[in-house]
Design a protein around this ligand. Structure first.
Ligand SMILES: NC(=O)c1ccc[n+]([C@@H]2O[C@H](COP(=O)([O-])OP(=O)(O)OC[C@H]3O[C@@H](n4cnc5c(N)ncnc54)[C@H](OP(=O)(O)O)[C@@H]3O)[C@@H](O)[C@H]2O)c1
Length: 282
């Protein structure tokens, strides 16, 4: 077991899996969270060549469920009293409206509330390491949208892509708000756009949404190794060990969209998220 531990959600494919491999190579231990037991075992087998004894731990959970997210995060918190990095990476695009078993819209539950609950639960361990980092994988797709609090979960009007864009704006609000709330603690919080990356992103859909995305990925997207670079940089580089509250692209701080700096929307989202999580966990 290496000295420093990085928790990576959505580590069974795409950006998360490459990040796990590269972070292991740097000598960290990793705890990988995925929803599929077989894929977790497969990734473990693939990555074990880069691991020292016990440096890979595996956790299974459906992260679109608030209850399962809370449970797995509590287990990780217990297993690792000191955590150095939480890489909140699991996410997806749902072209059709769908709801989770807890009655939440799937994009909102997986892409936003999952980050919210995971980070909140791991704060004591991140603080205890004395140098904790929270890295939230957002997206440049957040440009062009703002939040409508009467339609937060697409309950009035639903567009799958718009809902995805909004969930990524939520990642940025969450990052900026959490950064402010953790100012007194030794934990940094940053978010990033990985670029347009050729992964299995969007392949859960059917019909036009899937084929159009795959077509664009084949033509324009960068490979996963490149796409994981900013996540790895924010998780491990000394250059950003004291940097917090930033939005990054190509490992450089950038300005996020104008609406992402709207303080009242940011506070309102936090309040609504907290209320929803409390109601589900009560
Ligand atoms: N690809 C891009 O161009 C792009 C651009 C901007 C931002 N992003 C963001 O990058 C992050 C990673 O996406 P990716 O491109 O690497 O996609 P990906 O290849 O589809 O990987 C997504 C990962 O999340 C996991 N996941 C999905 N739903 C889950 C659930 N309910 N519970 C637990 N794990 C779940 C997947 O598990 P399975 O292996 O079981 O499917 C997989 O490990 C996402 O937050 C995405 O929004 C991607």
């Amino acid at each position: 077991m290496a000295e420093k531990i990085v928790i990576i959600t959505g580590a069974t494919d795409g950006i998360g899996k490459v990040a796990a491999r590269e972070i292991l190579k740097k000598g960290y231990s990793v705890a990988l969270v995925g929803r599929n037991k077989e894929k977790l075992a497969q990734v473990n087998a693939e990555l074990s060549q880069y691991a020292v004894k016990n440096s890979i731990s595996l956790y299974q959970a459906d992260l679109s469920s608030v209850k399962e997210t809370k449970k797995v995060a509590e287990k990780i918190q217990k297993d690792f009293p000191k955590i150095h990095v939480l890489l909140n990476n699991a996410g997806a695009f749902f072209s059709e409206h769908s709801v989770t078993k807890e009655g939440l819209e799937s994009t909102f539950a997986l892409n936003h509330l999952n980050y919210f609950v995971f980070a909140d639960t791991l704060i004591p361990s991140l603080h205890a390491s004395g140098e904790g980092r929270i890295v939230n994988v957002a997206s440049g797709a957040h440009f062009g949208v703002s939040l409508d609090f009467d339609n937060l979960q697409g309950e009035v009007k639903f567009s799958g892509w718009k809902q995805y864009q909004k969930s990524k704006l939520m990642n940025i609000y969450f990052t900026y708000e959490l950064d402010e709330r953790l100012k007194e603690k030794s934990i940094t919080v940053n978010c990033l756009h990985p670029g347009f990356v050729k992964t299995k992103f969007g392949h859960n859909n059917i019909g036009f949404a899937k084929s159009a995305l795959q077509f664009a990925q084949n033509l324009f997207a960068m490979n996963e190794d490149k796409g994981a670079r900013t996540s790895i940089f924010l998780s491990t580089s000394d250059e950003v060990k004291n940097v917090s509250g930033g939005y990054f692209e190509k490992s450089k701080a950038r300005k996020s969209s104008k609406p992402s700096y709207d303080l009242s929307a940011r506070k309102e989202l936090w309040k609504k998220s907290e209320q929803l999580v409390k109601a589900i966990l009560k």
